[in-house]
Design a binder for this molecule. Structure first.
Ligand code: ZN
Ligand code: ZN
Length: 421
């Protein structure tokens, strides 16, 4: 497995995710060590060796998951045969085509091979190259925390039992005095026990999700695409969609855990189910995008939107309470901005601001995201007006960044029609 293409490998650890994971792991491990049974016998030593080994294996696989990375598609990537580009989506951010099973990660700002999800705890995506390390990490981390939870629970019970006996034997005061005396140590024991138990439950859940996804050879994102394909094909009375990468559970496991078969695919050429086409999934994605474009509505901004997450001062309480519970960005808008809206909620809309770079010879230098949520009262729906005016803007709304596309095509004339990101 090759190491990451990212040159700042160590800086990946300087992020709240890995730092929090490190602090929690150190807290649980050191407290467990302190509360370890004091007797030195062969079984307690073997027990301790197992605890250290599980921790080392968890840390080893964690570091490999971070440093290896998911496998990034090179910027400006395109298939060997140009004619195949018509089956692929185009990524405007990476200025290249997306290989099958590749998705653009907003946080990594790159196209990621067989992207499963972006994990803040490893500060990277989980994908083609590091999924096996990620799963091993979940497994060993769950076991080491289960071990810690059992030791801490036994240590706590033992403390209370022996303290109670002492208090009764010597008639020298109550249990409360002893508890007070060991307050910090007890607090750390109970907190670490809670942390370890919480981690075990989370790891089991994540492990279950990962393994069921690996056994079907279908990532989280692909699961959504398949769900949408089902309803789209039902609505259009088309043949049901067959997911092309499900080779049976044993072969599917090999796709992730057998390093040879994994390297053979390069994260780009995937073995297929009999009778399936290698672009079956990408063509389905293109059709879904086209459907989405047809549903897109154009809004015009009438009141500026601040781009704040909770705009209580500018928009009031109801808008703030109705804010979508997602980590999607919020966009800032100025009067007369046009936005292509794809999701509509009571108080909020989700869309992409239209950027016309050639307008009046001015370049749009506004900072911040162009795609995200904004309060619905800041804009009005003008889709109908545009269509009846026959101004052609409605068409532009269905083909984002028209000017940008023209500019790019002009610059690289050999590229024909581009698909949207
Ligand atoms: Zn990209
Ligand atoms: Zn990512």
């Amino acid at each position: 497995m090759t190491m990451t293409e990212d040159p700042n490998e160590l800086s990946l650890f300087l992020h709240w995710g890995p730092i929090t994971a490190l602090i929690v792991t150190l807290t649980v491990t050191l407290t467990t060590w302190k509360w370890w049974p004091p007797e030195v016998t062969f079984s307690t030593s073997a027990h301790f060796a197992l605890f250290v080994l599980l921790n080392l294996l968890a840390v080893y696989n964690y570091v490999l998951a971070v440093l290896t990375g998911p496998g990034l598609l090179p910027r400006r990537w395109q298939p060997v045969h140009y004619r195949e580009t018509k089956f692929l989506q185009y990524c405007q951010k990476c200025e290249g085509y997306k290989a099958p099973r590749t998705h653009h990660c907003r946080r990594c700002d790159r196209c990621v091979k067989k992207m499963d999800h972006h994990c803040p705890w490893i500060n990277r995506c989980v994908g083609w190259a590091n999924q096996a390390y990620f799963v091993y990490f979940l497994f060993f981390y769950a076991l080491s925390n289960l071990h810690a939870a059992v030791v801490l629970a036994c240590g706590g019970v033992r403390f209370f039992y022996s303290s109670y006996r002492q208090a009764r034997l010597f008639h020298n005061g109550s249990l409360t005095r002893l508890v007070h005396y060991h307050f910090f140590s007890l607090f750390m024991c109970i907190m670490s026990f809670g942390l370890a138990l919480g981690i075990v439950l989370c790891m089991i859940k994540l492990l279950f999700i990962q393994l069921s996804s690996i056994l079907k050879n279908m990532t989280d994102i692909e699961h959504w695409i398949v769900q949408k394909a089902k309803s789209r094909r039902y609505m259009h009375k088309l043949k049901p969609f067959v997911f092309p990468y499900d080779l049976g559970w044993y072969a599917n496991l090999g796709q992730v855990f057998n390093i040879e078969s994994q390297l053979r695919s390069r994260g780009i050429d995937w073995p297929l189910r009999k009778g399936c086409d290698q672009y079956a999934l990408t063509c389905e994605q293109l059709a879904q995008k086209a459907d989405k474009r047809n549903r897109t509505r154009t809004y015009k901004c009438i009141t500026p939107a601040t781009g704040h997450w909770l705009p209580i001062w500018s928009q009031g309480l109801m808008v703030t309470l109705g804010a979508p519970c997602t980590d999607d960005p919020r966009i800032r808008l100025q009067s007369d901005d046009l936005v292509r809206v794809t999701r509509i909620r009571d108080y909020w809309l989700f869309g992409e601001r239209v950027i016309d770079k050639d307008q009046g010879g001015k370049v749009d230098e506004r900072k911040g995201p162009i795609r995200g949520w904004f309060p619905s009262r800041c804009a009005v729906d003008i889709t109908h007006n545009q269509a009846s005016n026959g101004s052609g803007d409605h068409c532009a709304a269905n083909q984002p960044n028209t000017t940008e596309t023209k500019r790019r095509v002009g610059k690289k004339g050999k590229f024909g029609k581009r698909n949207q990101d």
